[in-house]
Design a protein around this ligand. Sequence first.
Ligand code: G6P
Ligand code: ZN
Length: 559
Amino acid sequence: MSNSVTVDTKPYEGQKPGTSGLRKKVKVFVQENYTENFIQCILDVNKTSLIGSTLVVGGDGRYLVKEVVDKIIKISAANGVSKLIVGQNGILSTPAVSYIIRKYKTLGGIVLTASHNPGGVDEDFGIKFNCSNGGPASDATTDAIYKLTTSIKQYKIVPDLNCAIDKIDVHTFQVDQRQFTVEVIDAVEDYVSYMKEIFDFPKIKALIQGTEQRKPFNVLIDAMNGVTGPYVKRIFLEELGCSEKNVRRIVPLEDFGGAHPDPNLTYAADLVEAVKEGDYDFGAAFDGDGDRNMILGRDAFFVTPSDSLAVLADNLECIPYFARGGVRGLARSMPTAAAVDRVAAARALPLFEVPTGWKYFGNLMDAGQLSLCGEESFGTGSDHVREKDGLWAALAWLSLLAHSGRSVQEMLQAHWKQFGRNYFTRYDYENCSSESCEEMMSVLERTMTSPGFVGSAHSAGGKEYVVKLADNFSYVDPIDQSVAKRQGLRIIFEDGSRIVFRLSGTGSSGATVRVYVDSYEAVSVGGAAADALGPLVSIALDISRLKQYTGRDEPTVIT
Ligand code: G6P
Ligand code: ZN
């Protein structure tokens, strides 16, 4: 029998969730009551539905996850939550949390992750709340949480409730005359059985193992020392018959082994090298919490996330989940290249363009209008859960490859031949001064919206582009009519090429400027993106005077 106590506290400034939850340096979260405050506000936003509820709790294994799980257990017990479903050792991938919330119909879940940001005592931590549909909380909910953080005076906790989470078990406690249960579950079991329903595992296994007619398809799957390690082990080693040489970095580490667990050409460069050097037909990497993916073909042929989405969209029928349930609609975030738009048009499917952030897809999925969506930021997923899903994307690609008998590169070439190609690149300038980046964005917005900008011609590298539309993107959700304003400055040219500027919403310090460039070619599809987009990139840097404002000659990352 334990009793809750009420602890006096004071608000902390800046507990405003970004694109994907509250993300700060570990040293910020360990300040006295900082984490407790935020957890209390997450619980409070649920008002009376919290009493007697069940919540899912898990994280990506980074530094501080276990301590914060312990705090969530103690604070939830004191606030009338009836049950927590916790991943063993605090481990659950973000898509797995989404699935478990849906499967067990819980009130929601708390995900402990800073996603693709580095981990460790000097690095990042994060807390995100997902709602009963399994998706990240809406803007209205995160705004309400933030509001609560600005006036919090007390939180409730059961200080002497200690619960081991290292073994699969069910623990029950008596708290303030009520029963409180913590169920520690196998982190991968539910998710893996769901993947086996969605995909044809024997078919993927036959591809990987080879047949008398076909040599084995050699894959290299990189968990980047993030949360997907145990999932990769179960799926690829135990279910699909891969060997140790087909997987890398599958042990989750608190600091990701020093890696920056973001699957792109810069931060997963060693996977790129390994695929190039080895005799591999396919490479895939996932980020810290398992929702992002990068797909490579033989010789590390890179599939841009925008193309990945389009190719998947055009081949979904070979995946049992879609063969059974059909495909309702397609969607992408605004900065994502428009390759998928052409597939939607060819298949007469609705196409939605939403702001950056997976949460914007949720309403459309819940309303049964959206089946597959993706973002240029290495996110791909479907309505099987309400998060993007890295492992799902790799299994989807392997399904397509098994079905078509083609290589990754052949899939892309056939796609471009049929639909034309949207060349795409993104330049990131990380850790710049927030002040000068804000200023750059507001000056740019003024320039773009001043009379005469629409219709103006811009040239570079012997090419000329005429502005057709320039605005700060805003979005009206077709389902609940909620409005998201100021979601990125976009310049659309008469030939359909686009330049988009955004400040990142997922960093933990300073500002990151993202410049996205997308240009369509109907026939000339075989070139290098850097060549095709060079002129537009220099126009983008000129118009924004980016070098002047950031003081940077080169971007930190190019994808
Ligand atoms: C997270 C979200 C994505 C979003 C991305 C954008 O990964 O889950 O949905 O696309 O952040 O990040 P940014 O840093 O550009 O705001
Ligand atoms: Zn992530």
